[in-house]
Design a protein around this ligand. Structure first.
Ligand code: B3K
Ligand code: ZN
Length: 876
C-alpha cells in the first residue's frame, strides 16, 4: 500500500447530498443498490471525474439519472469506480449495483455473517467493501436504507436512524426501511439482520423526549443484558448532566455479536458490540468484565456527540473523536466508581501499553502525519495518550474554562468534520490562553522525561526544584521542542500539613499546577519553614516519566500520608520499582537479593489501613508487574531474570505480611451477596490479592483449591483458578479445577476464553506446549477473534517468560500464527503482532531470535497491508 500524508488532504470535488441504499440480503450473494445524489463542489475543477472507492468489488450495474451510461464514460476496478463527463453545476444521481458475499467475508470488515446474523463493520474503510463510495469521513449525508431479506431467518432488520416502516415484501421475504436524518460519514453506517432476541427499555431525555432503548442478543441470552442496559441509561443521564449532551433520535440500539475485531462500534443509533462487552451475570462475568462493559457502553454512547455529530475531517484526526471520547468515558467511570482507584487503573494501563508503544519502533504522534494502513492507528497512543492530552487541557484551563471550551466546540462544529486545530482553537477562544506550545503533545511522539533535583536553604527558607525535560527521539522525529507539561504538586511538611509558599519564581503556577515550559527550569519557593517532601505529578496530571531521586523514607511518607490517593500509590510504586529492578539484576548476574525493609513495611501499613477503601489497598498489593520492571529497566531485558527477581521480592512480602493477608482474606469475602458495584468489587480484589500472597507464603494449593470450590461468582472462581494454575501448575488440585471449570462452562465461549487465558499465562517455558495443546481443543476456534486473542494474544502479550523463551520458540510460534491468521483476518493478525513491539529492548540472544521471526514474517510471499506495515515499522 502507498503512504497517505496529512499534507495531501484536500476536499472532494463532489458534494454528496443523499444516500439511498437497498440491500437484498443473501448469505452468499447480497445485492446492493446504491443511489447517490451528488453535485460538483463550488469552485471545483468542472472537468474533474468522480472517483469512488471500492475494495474487492465488482460492478454489476451503473445508471446516470436512472438512464444508461456509456461504457466509455467510466472505469471500474475492484478498488475504484471513476466516472467522467459529469455535470458542472446541476445535481445528478448515480445508481450503482454490486453483489457481495457476506459468508466469505472473514476479514469482518464490510458486511459479514456471524452465527447466522448479518452484521457490518465499516470503520475505518469497510464501507467500500459494500458499494463504491466516497469512503472518507468528511463526506456526510443523510441515509435511507431498505433491507429485504428472507422473512423466517431474519425477523429483525436494523439500520441507523429512525424506523420508517416494514412488512411483507413478497412471498417469503420481508422488508424494513430506516432513515437517519443526521448527516453521517460512511464509516458510521450499520446494518444488522437475523433472528435475535431483544431487551427493551426507555429513557426520557432532559427535554422530556422518550427514547426507545433496545439491546439485541442471541436468543437465550436476554437475561444477561441487564447490566449493559443500566450502564446505558446511566451514560445517557451523565452526558446530559456533565456535558449537556442530549440524545437525538427516537431509538438507540445495541447489537451483541460473537465475531468482532474489536470491542464495539459507535454506528449512529445502532452500536454493534463484541458480546464480551454486553453479556454479564455473576456466574459468568468478573468484576473487571462489569467495569469494562460499563466503560465501553459509555464510550460508544458518548461517541454520539464526540465522533458522530462532530466527526473527523480525515483519519489523521482520529484522536479528535477517540482521545476525547476515552477522556469522557474515564470521567464517567470515575464518577460512577472510586475516582482514585480508577485513575490508578488508567495509569497502570497507560504505562504498560502506551509507554512501551511510545518508546519502541511503532511510536507515532497522537495526531500522526502519515500512514500506510489506517487500521493500525487505532492505537493506545491515539486513544489513551489522546485522552491524557484532553485531560491536560482540562488541568491547564480548570473545570470552568474547560467546560466553556467544550460547549464552544459542540456549538461551533456540530454537524461538521473537524480537525485537532479546530478543537484546540475552541479552548483558546474560550480561555484566552495560547495553546501553541501545548499542541506539541499532538505532534511530538515519545514519552517526555522530566529529571528533577531539589535543594533546601534552611536559613533563607527557600526551597528549589530544578527541572530538565527531554523528549526522546522516535521514528521520523529526532529533534524535539520542549513541551508544556502541567504538573500537579504539593510540598509536604513533616507535620503532615502542606507548605504555603509566600512566593514562587521560575514557573507559572496556577492553583496546585506547576507549568513546565522550558527545557531547563529552576523554580524557587520562598517562605518554607522546614525541609518539605515534594509530591509531584499528583493524579498523573501529565503523561511523563519523572526521574527524581527521592529518599525511600520520603516516598514512604508520601505513600502513607499524601492527601492525593493516586500520589500515595505512585510513591509506593517508586519505592517498589528500584527494588524490583535491582532484584532482576541480581537474579541475572548473581548475588544475594535483598529488599529494602521499607517496601514490605509500607505495603503492610497501607494495605492494613482500614480507613482506606479495599480497592485502593488492593492496588498497593499488586506490585509493579514484570512488564513494569522491564520498562523501568529499559534495555537488555531478560524476562526470566525479571521474574526471578520479582518472585524473590514477592516472597519476602508474602512471608512478612502473612498474618495481614490471612486477615484480609477472611474479612473481605462477599459470599452469598454478589453485587457488581465498585465497593463490593474492591473487597473481592483485595481478598484475591491476599490469596495470591498466601499461596506463596503457605506454599500449598489447599487454600486456593478451597476458594475455588466455594466461590459463588466468576470473579472469585477465576481468581482462585489463576492462583492454582500460576502457582501450582502441576498440582492435582489444579488439574481438577481446570477440568471442572471446563466441564461447567464448555457451552459458554466467553467463559472458556478465561480458561484459555489463565492457562496461556502460566509462567515459564512450558507455556508454549500448553498453548499448542489448547489450540487442538474442540473449544478453540481459529476464526473467532475472541478465541484467538484469549489464547494466542494473551500468550504473546501477557506471558513474558513463556513467550520470550531464550530459545526463541515463542517468537517462531507467533510468526507461524501471524502467517496463518493474516490471509483470513489481517486486522487481527496485525494487532497480535504488535505484541513484539518491544523486541529491541530484549537482551541480545532473545533479540536475535525475535529479529529472525520478524524477518520470516516480512519475507512471506503474500502479506496484508496491515501486517506488512507493522512488521516493516518494527524492523526499521
Ligand atoms: N471506533 C471504533 C473502532 C474502530 C476500529 C476500526 N479498525 C470503536 C471505538 O473506538 O469506539
Ligand atoms: Zn471510540
Amino acid at each position: 500500500g502507498r503512504i497517505i500524508h496529512l499534507a495531501d488532504y484536500r476536499p472532494t470535488d463532489f458534494v454528496l447530498e443523499r444516500v439511498d441504499l437497498t440491500f437484498e440480503l443473501d448469505p452468499t450473494n447480497t445485492k446492493v443498490d446504491a443511489r447517490l445524489i451528488f453535485h460538483r463542489r463550488e469552485g471545483a475543477d468542472p472537468g474533474a471525474p468522480l472517483v469512488l472507492d471500492g475494495d474487492e468489488l465488482s460492478l454489476s450495474g451503473l445508471l446516470f439519472d436512472q438512464g444508461e451510461i456509456p461504457a466509455s464514460q467510466y472505469d471500474a476496478t475492484p478498488e475504484s469506480l471513476t466516472i467522467r463527463d459529469l455535470p458542472a453545476q446541476t445535481p445528478f444521481e448515480i445508481t450503482i449495483t454490486t453483489f457481495i458475499n457476506p459468508e466469505a467475508n472473514t476479514q469482518l470488515m464490510g458486511l459479514y455473517r456471524t452465527n447466522g446474523i448479518y452484521c457490518t463493520q465499516c470503520e475505518a474503510e469497510g464501507f467500500r467493501r459494500i458499494t463504491y463510495f466516497p469512503d472518507r469521513p468528511d463526506v456526510l449525508a443523510p441515509y435511507t436504507i431498505t433491507i429485504i431479506a428472507d422473512k423466517a431467518a431474519n425477523p429483525v432488520l436494523l439500520s441507523n436512524g429512525n424506523f420508517l416502516g416494514g412488512g411483507g415484501y413478497d412471498e417469503g421475504r420481508a422488508f424494513a426501511a430506516w432513515f437517519d436524518p443526521h448527516p453521517k460519514p460512511s464509516y458510521l453506517f450499520a446494518l444488522v439482520a437475523g433472528d435475535l432476541g431483544v431487551v427493551e427499555d426507555t429513557f426520557t431525555t432532559m427535554s422530556g423526549r422518550e427514547v426507545a432503548l433496545k439491546i439485541y442478543v442471541e436468543h437465550g441470552k436476554e437475561a444477561r443484558v441487564g447490566y449493559a442496559m443500566d450502564a446505558l441509561k446511566r451514560s445517557m443521564k451523565w452526558d446530559e448532566e456533565v456535558f449537556g449532551r442530549e440524545y437525538d433520535l427516537d431509538i438507540f440500539m445495541i447489537v451483541a455479536v460473537s465475531d468482532f475485531n474489536m470491542g464495539a462500534m459507535e454506528n449512529k443509533g445502532l452500536n454493534v458490540f463484541n458480546d464480551k462487552y454486553v453479556l454479564a451475570d455473576p456466574e459468568i462475568a468478573t468484576d473487571a468484565d462489569y467495569a469494562n462493559i460499563e466503560a465501553i457502553i459509555a464510550h460508544e454512547y458518548f461517541h454520539n456527540w464526540t465522533g458522530n455529530r462532530i466527526t473527523c475531517r480525515d483519519w489523521f484526526q482520529l484522536c479528535l473523536k477517540e482521545g476525547l471520547t476515552v477522556y469522557r468515558d474515564h470521567e464517567f467511570s470515575a464518577d460512577q466508581r472510586s475516582r482514585a482507584v480508577k485513575r490508578i487503573a488508567e495509569v497502570r494501563h497507560l504505562k504498560s501499553e502506551q509507554f512501551p508503544e511510545d518508546a519502541g519502533p511503532l511510536a507515532h504522534p497522537v495526531r500522526p502525519t502519515k500512514y500506510r494502513e489506517i487500521n493500525n492507528f487505532y492505537t493506545t497512543t491515539v486513544y489513551e495518550k489522546g485522552s491524557e492530552v484532553t485531560r491536560m487541557i482540562a488541568t491547564i484551563l480548570g473545570p470552568q474554562l474547560f467546560k466553556a471550551g467544550m460547549d464552544l466546540y459542540f456549538e461551533r462544529h456540530d454537524g461538521e468534520a473537524a480537525t485537532i486545530e479546530d478543537f484546540v482553537k475552541c479552548f483558546e477562544d474560550a480561555s484566552g490562553r495560547d495553546l501553541t506550545q501545548f499542541s506539541l503533545w499532538y505532534h511530538q511522539a515519545g514519552t517526555p522525561l522530566v529529571s528533577v533535583s531539589s535543594a533546601f536553604d534552611q536559613p533563607k527558607g527557600v526551597f528549589t526544584l530544578s527541572f530538565e525535560q527531554l523528549v526522546p527521539p522516535t521514528p521520523g522525529q529526532s529533534a524535539k521542542e520542549p513541551m508544556h507539561i502541567p504538573l500537579r504538586f504539593g510540598l509536604l511538611l513533616p507535620d503532615g500539613t502542606e507548605a504555603k509558599p509566600t512566593a514562587i519564581e521560575g514557573a507559572e503556577v496556577t492553583g496546585d499546577v506547576l507549568h513546565l515550559t522550558r527545557r531547563n527550569q529552576v523554580v524557587t519557593f520562598s517562605g518554607i519553614a522546614g525541609r518539605p517532601v515534594v509530591t509531584l505529578n499528583r493524579g498523573f496530571s501529565a503523561p511523563v516519566n519523572v526521574h527524581f531521586e527521592q529518599a525511600p523514607a520520603d516516598l514512604a511518607h508520601i505513600a502513607r500520608h499524601d492527601a492525593d490517593l493516586f500520589a500515595r500509590w505512585q510513591a509506593f510504586s517508586d519505592i517498589a520499582l528500584p527494588n524490583l529492578v535491582e532484584a532482576a539484576r541480581k537474579a541475572r548476574d548473581g548475588g544475594e537479593i535483598t529488599v529494602d525493609p521499607l517496601l514490605a513495611e509500607t505495603l503492610i501499613a497501607v494495605a492494613g489501613d482500614e480507613t482506606l477503601e479495599p480497592a485502593f489497598r488492593a492496588q498497593i498489593l499488586a506490585l509493579p508487574s514484570e512488564a513494569d520492571v522491564a520498562r523501568e529497566h529499559g534495555s537488555n531485558n531478560d524476562p526470566d531474570a525479571i521474574r526471578a527477581g520479582r518472585e524473590a521480592v514477592l516472597s519476602v512480602v508474602a512471608h512478612q505480611g502473612a498474618a495481614l493477608f490471612a486477615a484480609l482474606f477472611d474479612r473481605n469475602h462477599t459470599r452469598g451477596s454478589f453485587t457488581p458495584d465498585a465497593a463490593s468489587a474492591g473487597k473481592r480484589t483485595l481478598r484475591n490479592a491476599a490469596l495470591g500472597y498466601l499461596a506463596i507464603a503457605e506454599g500449598t494449593p489447599e487454600r486456593a483449591a478451597k476458594a475455588f470450590a466455594t466461590a459463588d461468582n466468576m470473579t472469585d472462581l477465576s481468581a482462585a483458578l489463576t492462583v492454582l494454575a500460576h502457582r501450582f501448575p502441576e498440582a492435582p488440585e489444579t488439574e481438577a479445577a481446570l477440568e471442572s471449570f471446563r466441564a461447567r462452562f464448555a457451552e459458554n465461549p466467553l467463559v472458556i476464553d478465561k480458561w484459555f487465558a489463565i492457562q496461556a499465562t502460566i509462567p515459564g517455558s512450558g507455556a508454549l506446549a500448553r498453548v499448542e495443546r489448547l489450540m487442538e481443543s474442540p473449544l478453540f476456534n481459529g476464526s473467532n477473534p475472541n478465541r484467538v486473542r484469549a489464547l494466542v494474544g494473551t500468550f504473546a502479550f501477557s506471558n513474558p517468560t513463556g513467550f520470550n523463551r531464550p530459545d526463541g520458540e515463542g517468537y517462531r510460534f507467533l510468526a507461524s500464527q501471524i502467517l496463518e491468521i493474516d490471509p483470513k483476518n489481517p486486522q487481527l493478525a496485525a494487532r497480535i503482532l504488535t505484541s513484539m513491539r518491544s523486541w529491541r529492548a530484549l537482551e541480545e540472544v532473545r533479540a536475535e531470535h525475535a529479529l529472525n521471526a520478524l524477518r520470516r514474517i516480512a519475507g512471506a510471499e503474500k502479506l496484508s497491508a496491515d501486517v506488512s506495515d507493522i512488521v516493516e515499522r518494527m524492523l526499521n
